[in-house]
Design a protein around this ligand. Structure first.
Ligand SMILES: [Zn+2]
Length: 166
């Protein structure tokens, strides 16, 4: 059984239309669940080796997401599932950006976040528990081993709550 809050949150994950809306939702989710918050992050899209979904450089304000994997998932599924993946990946990197370094801790927190707000059988929860390739085995066949030299900075990312004091 899903709670009213989980139903509402699922609807929000299905409905976001761009990276900024996705990230606003991630931030409100993390605040709801863990009472943690920060502002002023930048999002960069870059082609990366397939084994990497995204990364955050410790101490920086940059979250970099693998645009190769994003495009692949966009092509192989429906928008709601793509959104579930993007939500999970951004939540994971956002938690790192809050100063949580340990990979297993972040994975567990991302899973707890998705499970609490979206329920056990939501795609984001399943991908947080295992791996995106557990839902999309095709990803294992699409091997890219290179980092792209070009990257795209997402404009107006994380501007909604920015203040002058950070
Ligand atoms: Zn990580």
């Amino acid at each position: 059984m899903l709670t009213e809050r989980q139903l509402q949150f699922r609807a929000k994950v299905s409905a976001f239309k761009d990276f900024n809306e996705a990230f606003e939702l991630v931030k409100s989710a993390v605040f709801t669940k863990f009472k943690m918050h920060r502002a002023g992050l930048s999002l960069v899209l870059q082609v990366m080796p397939t084994r990497l979904g995204a990364y955050h450089i410790l101490g920086s304000n940059v979250i970099a997401v693998n645009s190769y994997v994003l495009a692949a998932i966009k092509n192989m599924t429906v928008p709601e599932e793509y959104n579930a993946y993007l939500f999970m990946v951004l939540a994971h990197e956002y938690l790192h950006s809050l100063g949580i370094v340990d990979e297993n801790t972040v994975r567990q927190m991302t899973f707890d976040l998705c499970q609490t707000l979206l329920g056990d059988d939501h795609s984001a929860t399943k991908m947080a528990k295992e791996d995106p390739s557990s839902l999309y085995p095709q990803l294992k066949d699409m091997v890219n081993t290179q980092f792209g030299r070009e990257f795209r900075v997402v404009r107006n990312f994380d501007k909604a709550n920015q203040s002058y004091i950070q």
